[in-house]
Design a protein around this ligand. Structure first.
Ligand code: SR1
Ligand code: MG
Length: 410
C-alpha cells in the first residue's frame, strides 16, 4: 500500500494536518487494506497513546478488548517541544522505508506492517495489544527472557542483509541513496554527541551530579572520543540501522519482542544500534539497584549486553557463508566484529551521557526519588566515561559489565 495511492478528499492541502479522532473511521475506510478495521455500523474506540518526543500514535479498535490497528502520524514539529521546533514530516517516509526493509528480513521482530500514506504521513501497523514498552516493563521489574537475544538477532540480520555482505554493491548503494535522513540524523548528531558536552540550553541533570557533569564537559579526552564517534556516525554508512534503538523502541510480552519507531533509520554504523541499546541496560541496572530489585530481575538485566552481543555475533556468523562478495574473508569478519564491538561501547557511552545530561531523559532514572536519582545518574556517568575512554581495551561483555556492576553497587 505504500507508494502514494491518491485519496479522495485528502489533498496536498492536508499535508501536516493532524488526524482527528472523529475522522478516523472514514480515514480507514478510504485506505486500501484498512477498511476491515472500521466495520460499518460499529463505533470505533480511538485512543491517542503517543508518549515519545515526536509523533501522534492512535490505537483504533472496533471492539475494546480485541486488537485493531495502530496509526502513527508525524507532525511538522517535535511533539515534546511544540511548534517552536519544526521537524520534517518526511520522517514518516523514512520510517516506512525502514519498516519495509526490516519486515522483509525479520518479520517476526516487528509489528505486522499495513503500509504508509504519504499524503497524511500516516503509518499503519499491528495493534500490539498484549505487549508493552520494554522500558516500562523494566521499570516495573518484569523479566522478559528472550528479548535481549531478539534485539541482537535483529541487529545482526539487518547488518548483514542491508550491507555489502548481503546485498550486491550497486543495489546497496541505491538503498543507501534512498535512505538519507538528514533532519533526523542532525537531531542525533546534536542531542547525542555535541550538546551534552557543551553548555546548551537543552541540558539538565539531577542536582547531585553537577560537579561530575562539569568534569566530563571539561575533559578533552572525552571530547575527542565523542568527536570520533560523531564523525563515524556521520560517515560510516554500513547498513540500514534503526538509529534510535533504546528500550522505549522495543515492545515485549507473550514471548515476543518487537522493534518499533524506525524514523531515525539511515545508513550508519551498526555499533550505534547495539551501543544505544546497551546503555539502556545500564540505566535499568542502576535503577534496579536503587530500588533493591530481587536477584532474578537483576540477573536478567545483567545478561542483556552479553546475550544481545552473542545473538548478534551468532546471526552474522550464520549468514556469513551466504555473503554476496566472497572477497570478504573470514579473518575480515573477525575484524569487523571487533570494530563493531569497540564502536558499540563508545555509542553506549554517548547514549548514557545524553540521557542523563541532555534534552531527552529517560523514566528509568527520572522517576526515582532523590537522592536515588542523583546516585543512579552518577553511576551511569562514571560507567559512560570509562566506556568512552577505555573501550579499545575492553575485550568481552563480562569485562564491560563487571565495571557496570561495580559502579551501580558503589
Ligand atoms: C527531539 S527528539 C529527542 C529524542 O527522542 C527520540 O526518541 C530520539 O531518541 C531523540 O534523540
Ligand atoms: Mg523514538
Amino acid at each position: 500500500m505504500s507508494g502514494g495511492v491518491p485519496l479522495a478528499g485528502l489533498t496536498a492541502g492536508n499535508h501536516g494536518r493532524r488526524l482527528e479522532a472523529g475522522e478516523i473511521a472514514d480515514y480507514l475506510r478510504s485506505r486500501p487494506g484498512l477498511a476491515r478495521f472500521a466495520p460499518s455500523g460499529r463505533e470505533l474506540s480511538v485512543r491517542e497513546v503517543g508518549d515519545g518526543n515526536l509523533n501522534l500514535v492512535f490505537v483504533v479498535r472496533s471492539e475494546p478488548d480485541r486488537p485493531g490497528v495502530v496509526l502513527k502520524q508525524s507532525l511538522p514539529y517535535v511533539r515534546s517541544m511544540g511548534e517552536s521546533w519544526p521537524l520534517t514530516l518526511e520522517r514518516a517516509a523514512a520510517e516506512a522505508r525502514a519498516f519495509e526493509a526490516y519486515t522483509r528480513f525479520a518479520p517476526e521482530l516487528l509489528p505486522a506492517w499495513y503500509g504508509y500514506d504519504p499524503d497524511r504521513h500516516v503509518l499503519a501497523m499491528e495493534d500490539l495489544a498484549d505487549l508493552r514498552v520494554w522500558r516500562a516493563a523494566l521499570n516495573d521489574g518484569e523479566v522478559h527472557l528472550a528479548a535481549a537475544a531478539a534485539i541482537g538477532r535483529l541487529v545482526g540480520r539487518i547488518a548483514f542483509h542491508t550491507s555489502d555482505f548481503g546485498t550486491e554493491a550497486k543495489a546497496r548503494k541505491a538503498l543507501l541513496a534512498g535512505s538519507v535522513n538528514p533532519e533526523l540524523c542532525e537531531i542525533t548528531e546534536d542531542l547525542v554527541f555535541t550538546e551534552p558536552l557543551v553548555d546548551h540550553e537543552h541540558n539538565h541533570w539531577p542536582p547531585g551530579v553537577t560537579g561530575l557533569v562539569r568534569e566530563l564537559q571539561r575533559d578533552p579526552r572525552l571530547r575527542t572520543e565523542f568527536a570520533e564517534l560523531k564523525h563515524r556516525f556521520m560517515t560510516h554508512g554500513e547498513a540500514l540501522i534503526h538509529g534510535d534503538l533504546h528500550t522505549g523502541s522495543v515492545m515485549v510480552g507473550g514471548g515476543r519482542a518487537v522493534v518499533i519507531d524506525l524514523e531515525f533509520s539511515f545508513y550508519g554504523p551498526v555499533g550505534f544500534d547495539l551501543g544505544m541499546f546497551w546503555a539502556n541496560a545500564v540505566f535499568a541496572a542502576a535503577r534496579a539497584e536503587r530500588l533493591g530489585r530481587d536477584a532474578v530481575f537483576r540477573g536478567h538485566v545483567d545478561r542483556i549486553l552479553a546475550e544481545s552481543w552473542a545473538a548478534f555475533v551468532t546471526e552474522l556468523r550464520g549468514l556469513w557463508p551466504t555473503r554476496v562478495d566472497r572477497f570478504f574473508d573470514d579473518t575480515f569478519l573477525e575484524r569487523y566484529l571487533a570494530a563493531t564491538w569497540t564502536d558499540a561501547l563508545g555509542y553506549a557511552a554517548a547514549e548514557a551521557i545524553r540521557r542523563t545530561v541532555g534534552y531527552a531523559h529517560i523514566s528509568d532514572l527520572d522517576s526515582l526519588p532523590e537522592p536515588a536519582r542523583s546516585s543512579a545518574a552518577e553511576a551511569v556517568l562514571r560507567v559512560a566515561r570509562w566506556l568512552a575512554l577505555e573501550r579499545r581495551g575492553i575485550d568481552s561483555p563480562g569485562a564491560a559489565w563487571s565495571v557496570v556492576r561495580e559502579e551501580v553497587e558503589r
